[in-house]
Ligand binder design. Structure first.
Ligand code: INI
Length: 163
């Protein structure tokens, strides 16, 4: 007789998301890509035991605005980790490069200044095809990897801080 479906994670392990609270900040720019990242992140958090009610999603117009929304999430003390999702794709000007660099710098700053882990999954690719490959294509779904990183860092910080 078939037993119960295996749990994806051991309770209390570093990949156990049960009881952890997550904010996902996702950019609308290049939404065809970012909504796939979002679905991958949400699916992975739930598969690892997070409650749907403990996953809040906030939209930013573009990747440039992600750090401020992530900072606001982090300052509430309501979240164990913030997952930042975006897609910056090279255009005809240097604008994309400024957006990608400021998003990366801003997200890292929020993490270090607030002590709330902010996971950086803002794709920066020269072509749409390379972004698609990382959003459910041949290179996997980076939203799933972002969720796994969020769980692992949040669990590690809980352990270091004494539960
Ligand atoms: N925002 C993105 O998320 N991805 C991009 O590729 C992008 N490009 O290339 O311009 C982009 N620009 C918008 C930016 O994030 C801001 O929303 C905008 O500059 C208003 O502050």
């Amino acid at each position: 007789m078939a037993g119960p479906a295996p749990r994806p994670t051991e309770p209390g392990s570093e990949s156990d998301a049960a009881g952890l609270r997550f904010a996902i900040v996702v950019a609308r720019f290049n939404q065809d890509i970012t909504e796939v990242l979002l679905a991958g992140a949400e699916r992975t958090l739930i598969a690892h035991g997070a409650a749907a009610a403990d996953v809040d999603v906030y939209w930013a117009p573009g990747a440039f605005e992600i750090p401020l929304i992530a900072q606001t999430c982090a300052e509430t003390d309501r979240f164990d980790a913030v997952i930042c999702l975006g897609a910056v794709i090279r255009g005809e000007t240097d604008h994309y490069q400024l957006v990608a660099e400021e998003a990366a710098r801003g997200i890292a700053d929020v993490s270090l200044q607030t002590g709330v882990p902010c996971i950086f999954e803002v794709l920066a690719t020269p072509t749409l095809e390379l972004a698609q490959a990382r959003a459910g294509g041949s290179a996997g779904n980076k939203g799933e990897e972002a969720a796994e990183a969020a769980i692992q860092v949040a669990r590690t910080l809980v352990e270091i801080r004494g539960g």
